[in-house]
Design a binder for this molecule. Sequence first.
Ligand SMILES: [Mg+2]
Ligand SMILES: [Zn+2]
Length: 175
Amino acid sequence: MHKIIFLDRDGTINKDDGYTNKVGDYKLLPNTIKGLKKLQSQKFKLIIVTNQSGIGRGYYTEDQMHEFNNHLLNKLKQENIDIKEVLFCPHTPEDNCNCRKPKTKLIESYFTPDFDKNNSYVIGDRASDIELANNAGIKSVLVTTGSSENDPESNSNPTFIAEDLLDAANKIQNA
Ligand SMILES: [Mg+2]
Ligand SMILES: [Zn+2]
């Protein structure tokens, strides 16, 4: 059995300036390295799941997103943190695709018989991340590191609320 952390990217791992896409704007949030190391030491596989509607809106290209992702993954690799894959949706909400979070399409290929669903989590800073977890029937952590649009109206009901990824890792460890 393997357990997985599905990680949001912007506002969860790196600072979210709104449609973040330039390597020059890359900045990790506090305690990201410590938190990811701690999750990795708990034997979680780490997968990024990110909505990148800036591509569909024409704000940046898919190549620019890959460039940013490669930079991020290389920086994490230098800390011995291994992100297995980056799953992304390039569409706008108006496209009505079936991969934009909170839809579960992007992560469904990981729902194999040896997937430890009861001990896997989505971690993110938005209601759409928590709703992704709810739709997939897995647990979730809302981190309060995101820049904006934490929707107080939302009844997304995360399993835990954490102040950053280290706090999230601690809460998951003590669960
Ligand atoms: Mg986010
Ligand atoms: Zn999509």
